[in-house]
Write a protein that binds this ligand. Structure first.
Ligand code: SAM
Length: 239
């Protein structure tokens, strides 16, 4: 049995209250993650409390800067083992979520999680951000795009901003020297139709981890030439 209070106490700090069913979904997700991690590379963090802090609470910390709205469309680019997308789906069941990753093994894992947790209105798709970003079924179709630990902000903006509707938000989860990263990506954000609204920096409770949430509003359409072809945004970031 897991000590649920470790999790619920931290949820309170984010003003989140989850039902018993939602808490149970998180525990089941933890179990599947740890079990499958024995045979495939999903996460370096496996200890229960560390997963609670550094994966679950970290994923949900977006509530510090983004007010939950009903029935919004959200995409998590480079979701890996499902962070932050799966915790957001469990906590906000009304959100319609797309999880995208370029590694098919991880997408298969995500589909197993979706089935076992009986999550609905969530789809895991396999491919590169640069390719789906040109597809009219995805381009400028989302109210919110999130992404954690995928690429430098300039590259990531080219991956992510094409998916966001005008007036929607792109909110990457960042760590490290964020001041210089933000400075270096200002031009890219502007060209791609974004406007930097704020940077929320904080320490994840009971960890040594600094987190920065970069709040970028989509204020203009992304020009058609972006995203450039696969690999180019990381090889030659807009600067
Ligand atoms: C370091 S992992 C982070 C996973 C997860 N977001 C997290 O924070 O735990 C980066 C993930 O991004 C995916 N990825 C990297 N570049 C991508 C791209 N251009 N399009 C789609 N997925 C990409 C990788 O396959 C990998 O699963």
């Amino acid at each position: 049995m897991y000590d649920i209070s470790v999790f619920t106490d931290l949820l309170n700090t984010l003003d989140l209250t989850l039902s018993d069913t939602q808490i149970q979904q998180f525990m089941t997700y933890y179990e599947i993650l740890i079990e499958r991690n024995k045979v495939m590379n999903l996460t370096a963090i496996t200890e229960y409390e560390e997963v609670i802090h550094k994966h679950f609470i970290d994923s949900l910390s977006i509530t510090k800067v983004y007010e939950s709205k009903e029935n919004i469309k959200v995409i998590d680019l480079g979701t890996g083992a499902g962070f932050p997308g799966i915790p957001l789906k469990i906590a906000f069941p009304n959100w319609n979520i797309t999880l995208l990753d370029s590694l098919n093994k991880r997408v298969n894992f995500l589909n197993d999680v979706i089935n076992q947790l009986k999550l609905t209105n969530i789809t895991a798709i396999h491919g590169r951000a640069e390719d789906y970003g040109k597809d009219s079924h995805y381009r400028e179709n989302y109210d919110l795009c999130v992404s954690r630990a995928v690429a430098k902000l300039s590259t990531l903006s080219e991956y992510c901003l094409p998916y966001v509707k005008v007036n929607g938000y792109f909110i990457p989860y960042k760590a490290g020297n964020i001041d210089s990263e933000v400075k270096e990506s200002k031009k890219a954000i502007h060209i791609l139709g974004g406007t930097l609204e704020k940077v929320e920096q904080f320490q994840l409770p009971n960890t040594d981890m600094e987190r920065s949430l970069i709040v970028i509003k989509k204020t203009n359409h992304t020009p058609n030439q972006y995203p450039r072809s696969s690999g180019k945004p990381s090889r030659e970031p807009i600067c």
